[in-house]
Design a protein around this ligand. Structure first.
Ligand code: PHE
Length: 373
């Protein structure tokens, strides 16, 4: 009797799992919900959930509701890889909304590719990410463009002649972006007077900053993630380095100002969208996001929202729920009206979109200019 009871307990969840599956389409998501870039994952997840809630409220897709399984990669590449395996082999997801950090996407995307499960990264900008194969897509621009944007802004708008670089040497995103900036800035007649390294998790950057100070740059390019960038800004100002600091989308977090305080104010970074947009699609998105979460959506939230909508649109068009059918429709994405711009995926499965330059203004992100490819 006791055995039968135990057996029933084991079988029941399986049975309910089966029926559940018939009226549901399961999408997987992994991201950094904890760790030193946790706002990346938390914001992305909020954007994804807003999109899916809207879709489900409007009746779902193919007559089914969409359910989302979200796993935490803790900001670690190996966790991103195992989360992806788990989503595919245990949760049987039809597709994966991949994470933010390029390093993590590079670890996870090949796994999705090898299982034939479509993978859409909302925000990974390193060019290598989508090279994992034809099941791997992204809805953001890539770093060869993002690096060019800041090199152009530095030389044309800020009139920088001598720049220093401080890169996170273990982060694929940071290294890629630093290399592009360096090449593009030199092409424009600029000089790189120092190119130094740190590693995520470091807290003391004084040695590098002292060396940079001795080279008298007009600006410093720091393509890292917000936690270290906030600390670097503080220490740069303490050492009397007053020149503009510049960065990429990895700066985009409310924590940047919380950590960097006045030292980060007035500095510039490239990003995916601006909250100052007057496009009705954007203002509507911001209104809905604020109503749900009582906060202003950052770029990750906006990209998560767009990635989820683009994936579901492909699922809707696909003749069936196979990885191949969904993949084929994703590849046809053209002129999708996203909140981060009009999104078309090119032959490399990357989006070609404009970027904005933002100036840190306390907790506001002041729009400076748009740069189109
Ligand atoms: N582009 C970054 C990367 O690839 C991630 C990121 C995107 C961070 C957007 C913030 C905002 O690592």
């Amino acid at each position: 009797m006791k055995n039968l009871f135990v057996a029933l307990l084991l079988v029941l969840p399986l049975l309910s799992g089966c029926t559940k599956k018939e009226n549901e389409i399961v999408i997987g998501e992994y991201d950094s919900l904890t760790g030193s870039d946790a706002t990346f994952g938390l914001s992305t997840n909020k954007g994804v959930r807003l999109a899916l809630d809207e879709i489900n409220a409007a009746g779902g897709v193919k007559g089914k509701k969409i359910s989302l399984v979200t796993l935490d990669d803790q900001g670690k590449n190996e966790e991103a890889a195992s989360a992806t395996t788990r989503l595919i082999t245990q949760n049987n997801v039809v597709a994966i909304l991949g994470g933010v950090a390029s390093g993590r996407s590079k670890a996870a995307a090949p796994i999705a590719q090898s299982h034939g499960v479509p993978f859409v990264s909302p925000a990974s900008t390193n060019p290598d990410v989508t090279k994992a194969g034809d099941y791997v897509f992204r809805v953001c621009f890539i770093d060869p463009f993002q690096g060019l944007v800041m090199a152009k802004f530095a030389s044309e708008n800020l009139k920088v002649k001598k720049a220093a670089i401080l890169r996170d040497v273990k982060n694929d995103y940071s290294v890629g972006l630093a290399d592009v900036f360096s090449a593009e800035f030199k092409k424009r007649g600029g000089e790189i007077v120092a190119d130094l390294s740190y590693q995520a998790g470091d807290i003391d950057f004084k040695a590098q900053l002292t060396q940079i100070r001795s080279k008298n740059p007009d600006a410093i390019y720091i393509p890292g993630y917000y936690t270290e960038v906030g600390l670097i800004a503080q220490q740069a100002r303490q050492l009397g380095l007053k020149v503009p600091l510049m960065g990429g989308d990895g700066w985009d977090s409310d924590k940047l100002y919380e950590i960097g305080k006045d030292a980060i104010n007035g500095n510039y970074y490239s990003n995916h969208y601006t909250t100052e947009s007057t496009d009705p699609a954007v203002t509507e998105f911001i209104k809905k996001f604020k109503a749900k979460y009582s906060e202003t959506p950052d770029a990750l939230a906006a990209l998560g929202y767009d990635a989820a909508k683009i994936l579901v649109a492909a699922i809707e068009r696909a003749p069936d729920l196979s990885g191949k059918a969904i993949r084929d429709e994703l590849a046809k994405t053209k002129d999708f009206p996203g909140v981060t711009g009009k999104i078309s995926l090119n032959e490399n499965r990357d989006a070609v979109k404009s970027a904005v330059v933002i100036q840190v203004d306390g907790n506001n992100r002041k729009f400076i200019t748009t740069i189109t490819p």
